[in-house]
Ligand binder design. Structure first.
Ligand SMILES: [Zn+2]
Length: 58
């Protein structure tokens, strides 16, 4: 089982496996973007391109 912690305050946010997860830390309000380290099915490699579209939800 995989533990997922907040990048800011290291609070434990979730446990388990996922492909991609956006989770807001209840303690410090940091929005954490988590993605599984090895996803063979996922072919898109450039993460930055998704941010090119002006409007992001956060
Ligand atoms: Zn936090």
């Amino acid at each position: 089982m995989q533990e997922n912690r907040c990048g800011q305050c290291n609070r434990k946010l979730a446990e388990g496996s996922y492909i991609r997860l956006n989770i807001k830390c209840p303690r410090c309000n940091t929005l954490n973007h988590l993605s599984a380290p090895s996803t063979v099915q996922e072919r898109q490699t450039s993460v930055e391109e998704t941010q090119a579209h002006g409007r992001t939800a956060y």
